[in-house]
Design a binder for this molecule. Structure first.
Ligand SMILES: C[S@@+](CC[C@H](N)C(=O)[O-])C[C@H]1O[C@@H](n2cnc3c(N)ncnc32)[C@H](O)[C@@H]1O
Length: 275
């Protein structure tokens, strides 16, 4: 199903938008949505490394709510740098893309992919409504919107999309002539929402293809977070296949599984490249 979709649907790269520039003279208030309000708004020059505050919020997420999607965000906050190239492999309703917008600044690059146009449209709308609502200046809003590059395509071909955009933006390549990526997010399953098509789900083969490539392009100190759901048809098999696959990642990548045992939520896999 997916290969034909990929071939028949051209990659649509829509330069969307971004957030506020800290250098701006326009009056800009903090975006409304804040998953971890205590962390506040990051400065453009700030590097996201461990801090006592990060640790506290992470501990709180594990101890009190056990929501693995929140834990994933907290781990991403510890790893993503302001000038990183980051990729949301399953854009969906945009929650992860919005986090990237907060963490990655103008000299970084955010790429957000989904096989469904609807997901990209929802996310663009959320950026406009949630991130840009306080910005009165239209040019400034547009600048923010242009921080995310959307592509309607299968994530198994993400590297060609990222390469094309990164080249245009002049992003530096590694010694092996590849773009190094600071973070990937992958939230498996279907697009949630009242009127969405729940038959369009991530599939094991393309999921593993994307993860294989992602593990090879991750920079040192970079992170892949994967949320796996078992509830839908095929979800259990996909989750087992992903668990098996990431368990065999090379030792430079530390793979951790976070599974809240007495609830039926998703399993979080954290793949951190330490060297
Ligand atoms: C659970 S949702 C993602 C949630 C999202 N991360 C968020 O923050 O709202 C899964 C998404 O994966 C998308 N998807 C399914 N197969 C895909 C594929 N092969 N390539 C890219 N996206 C895919 C679906 O269309 C759906 O929007």
């Amino acid at each position: 199903m997916f290969p034909s979709l990929v071939l028949s649907s051209p990659v649509v790269c829509i330069p969307c938008t971004y957030v506020y520039s800290t250098a701006s003279t326009h009056r800009v208030r903090a975006p409304r949505r804040r998953v971890f309000p205590r962390l506040g708004v990051h400065n453009a020059a700030q590097q996201h490394t461990y801090s006592k505050e990060n640790d506290d919020v992470l501990a709180n997420s594990i101890l009190s709510n056990g929501k693995v999607t929140k834990i994933a965000h907290q781990l991403l906050r510890s790893c993503v740098r302001a000038d990183d190239v980051v990729v949301d492999l399953t854009c969906g309703r945009g929650t992860d893309t919005l986090l990237f917008l907060e963490l990655v600044k103008a000299d970084g690059l955010i790429v957000s992919l989904d096989i469904q146009q609807e997901a990209l449209d929802i996310t663009r709308r959320r950026i406009r409504e949630e991130f840009c609502e306080h910005i009165s200046d239209e040019a400034e809003r547009k600048k923010i919107e242009e921080r995310v590059y959307f592509a309607r395509t299968c994530h198994s071909v993400f590297e060609s999309v990222v390469d094309g955009i990164a080249e245009k933006k002049g992003k530096k390549k590694s010694e092996t002539n590849e773009i190094e990526i600071g973070a990937f997010t992958m939230n498996l399953g279907y697009l949630t929402g009242k009127d969405t098509d729940k038959s369009i789900v991530t599939r094991t083969r393309t999921t593993l293809e994307a993860l294989d490539k992602a593990s090879k392009l991750l920079r040192v100190g970079g992170l892949i977070t994967i949320c796996c759901y078992r509830g839908h048809e095929g979800g259990s098999e996909e989750t087992d296949a992903v668990l098996d696959f990431v368990s065999r990642f090379p030792p430079e990548i530390t793979v951790t599984k976070i599974d809240v045992l007495n609830r039926s939520g998703p399993v979080l896999l954290s793949c951190y490249r330490q060297r």
